[in-house]
Design a protein around this ligand. Structure first.
Ligand SMILES: NC(=O)c1ccc[n+]([C@@H]2O[C@H](COP(=O)([O-])OP(=O)(O)OC[C@H]3O[C@@H](n4cnc5c(N)ncnc54)[C@H](O)[C@@H]3O)[C@@H](O)[C@H]2O)c1
Ligand SMILES: [Zn+2]
Length: 346
């Protein structure tokens, strides 16, 4: 096991990489803990959860809504969870988002921790303190910023992780490479997904490297006044299409990042060759680079996009690439952005 501490302005988060799930018993008592997971994980890991109090919600993004939070709160009341209770979210990003948010508001805030079980949750959703739920099609419209007490990474959860979820997780890893780490970009180019799936040390190193990229960006700019915005690369369009087209998060942002690369080529010095390298890397990791159908619902996409949290007056703070490994925030007037989307998406 490899313990690291990540320091934020109001919290130190202990991170246990390469740990065993049973180590949880040394961090929290079964008595005071409520595990929140989803029905897929609950049924796959019944043995592991024996003796723990477990609330299992329905899996999937469509349940990342306030109604699920209300349902969880009813169950917390039934269990008699109080301010001494610690809630441990075990699952993908949907679980970590719901748990972080629910724990932040239940009794005005109880402690919580995460055992992320997807690549995406390990490298991204569990790190950085943002959590929340969607409101209808509007992604992450409500939420809080609060860090967990600890993160426990047990890579044995990968044994049951569906192929599609490996792919989704790599979308955020490629994002980190595009905005911050050209060397990792090349390393990803030199490998295939299967190379990571079959080499426990390789995937463990990659996960830690990505947690550290995200941690550094967040720690430098916790309140998203500058650098943290770069983590939204591909997410303005990605979030708008995710729920309209019912795409997995990884697929949606992959399409969003490709669109952002095409816009970078129009507005920045981002070269055609680099744009193609990014597109090829997504393809290599089986991620989509175009919207699923040409019958695009661009009008609907635009309505959702206008609710994006990065909009400021008549401009959108859009993330572009200067080159691979170097991103910038560029305010783009909404009219111009709409034209650019029509150009790159149709
Ligand atoms: N808060 C943040 O900073 C942040 C960052 C990135 C993404 N997110 C959010 O994360 C969500 C996506 O997360 P996700 O891709 O992990 O999706 P997810 O939580 O829906 O998990 C994907 C699927 O995999 C299953 N699963 C999870 N772990 C498994 C395992 N070990 N074995 C078998 N099945 C398993 C789940 O039951 C689910 O069906 C989105 O809602 C996104 O908005 C949040
Ligand atoms: Zn994301």
């Amino acid at each position: 096991m490899d313990k690291q501490q990540y320091k934020f302005s109001d919290k130190i988060v202990d991170c246990y990489f390469d740990a065993d799930f049973t180590f949880l018993e040394q961090l929290v008592s079964k008595e005071n803990t409520v595990i929140i997971t989803d029905d897929n994980i609950a049924s796959l890991y019944t043995e592991r959860f024996k003796g723990w109090k477990v609330i299992a919600i329905k899996h999937g993004e469509k349940h990342k809504q306030q109604s699920t939070v209300d349902h969880v709160i009813d169950q917390l009341i039934e269990i008699k969870a109080d301010r001494e209770t610690i809630i441990v979210g075990i699952g993908g990003g949907v679980i970590t988002d719901i748990v972080g948010y629910t724990a932040s508001v239940y009794m005005r805030g109880v402690k919580f921790a995460f055992v992320p079980t997807t690549i995406l949750a390990m490298v991204d959703a569990a790190v950085g303190g943002k959590n929340g739920v969607d409101v209808g099609v509007y992604k992450n419209l409500i939420g809080t910023i609060k860090h967990p007490e600890f993160l426990l990474y047990d890579y044995s959860f990968f044994k049951t992780l569906p192929e599609e979820e490996w792919t989704n997780g790599f979308a955020e890893i490629i994002k980190h490479a595009c905005i911050k780490d050209a060397e990792m970009f090349t390393m990803l180019e030199d490998n295939l997904l299967i190379d990571f799936q079959h080499a426990p040390e390789k995937i463990a190193d990659l996960i830690k490297r990505n947690v550290e990229i995200k941690y550094k960006v967040v720690a430098n700019d916790e309140f998203e006044t500058g650098e943290r915005k770069l983590l939204n690369f591909g997410h303005t369009l990605g979030h708008a299409i995710e729920n309209i087209y019912q795409l997995p998060h990884g697929s949606a942002i992959s399409i969003g990042m490709v669109a952002a690369c095409r816009i970078s080529e129009e507005l920045n010095d981002f070269s055609l060759a680099e744009r193609d390298k990014v597109i090829d890397l997504f393809k290599k990791y089986n991620l989509p680079v175009n919207l699923p159908s040409r019958e695009t619902e661009l009008a609907a996409v635009w309505v959702v996009l206008l609710m994006d949290k990065k909009k400021s007056g008549d401009t959108m703070n859009f993330i572009l690439l200067n080159k691979i490994g170097a991103a910038i925030v560029k305010p783009i007037p909404l009219d111009q952005l709409k034209n650019l989307f029509n150009q790159v998406l149709l």
